[in-house]
Design a binder for this molecule. Sequence first.
Ligand SMILES: Nc1nc2c(c(=O)[nH]1)N(C=O)[C@@H](CNc1ccc(C(=O)N[C@@H](CCC(=O)O)C(=O)O)cc1)CN2
Ligand SMILES: Nc1ncnc2c1ncn2[C@@H]1O[C@H](COP(=O)(O)OP(=O)(O)OP(=O)(O)O)[C@@H](O)[C@H]1O
Length: 191
Amino acid sequence: MDEMRTVKRDLRQKLLQRQAALTPEYKREASARIFAHLLEMEDFQNARRVFLYVGTAQEVDTRPMLEAMLRMGKMVFVPKTITLGHMEACAVGDLSELIPGRHGILEPADAKRAVSPDSLDLILVPCLGFNQRGYRLGYGGGFYDRYLPRVKGKCILLAFEQMREEDLPVEDFDVPCEGILTEEGYRSAEV
Ligand SMILES: Nc1nc2c(c(=O)[nH]1)N(C=O)[C@@H](CNc1ccc(C(=O)N[C@@H](CCC(=O)O)C(=O)O)cc1)CN2
Ligand SMILES: Nc1ncnc2c1ncn2[C@@H]1O[C@H](COP(=O)(O)OP(=O)(O)OP(=O)(O)O)[C@@H](O)[C@H]1O
């Protein structure tokens, strides 16, 4: 148990360093390619209700995706953190409604427009590191670990290819995502 904590902490440290070294050019180019691949995906085209995080400068830039989805008339939901480890998916009508929360992540001011996790068609999941089996390491809040068991829709990891890390520690509560979308394209998680 304590050993797992140490392993995760060290790995998170290593991945945070790797993430910090990604150049703005790489992130910009890769984010644009991820967006283009997303638009081609049937799961995306068919999804009416999409849960997508608001990416920070270190992460895949999801802002163009959120804006495009709103223009396309999809129902768009973003995370609202409630307490450490607990978040809800809240409807958003315009990105200007969002305000900076912890770590500067943009989120709705309150959880009034929270919806049931099982009503979501597509969940696009952030990660610090990922592997080919669809497992992820996040920033250590356990938010998605607790949220994913509540969803019924398709869960896809959004990630930069450079953040792939095969040797991730997996715990009982970890729910693997069905697929991974990077700048190289979409792949189903290996079973
Ligand atoms: N863009 C984006 N939004 C996201 C996530 C994400 O990974 N990316 N999340 C993905 O989950 C959730 C927020 N994740 C968070 C993770 C940690 C802390 C936090 O306060 N951490 C503590 C330390 C926690 C610990 O180590 O025990 C801190 O920094 O003080 C807050 C939010 C929801 N929104
Ligand atoms: N389903 C769960 N039930 C209870 N505790 C959990 C659950 N999932 C995670 N935790 C606890 O939450 C903490 C953070 O978990 P973990 O390190 O896996 O987060 P993470 O995947 O990096 O973060 P996030 O999901 O927010 O991106 C750990 O102490 C873990 O034991």
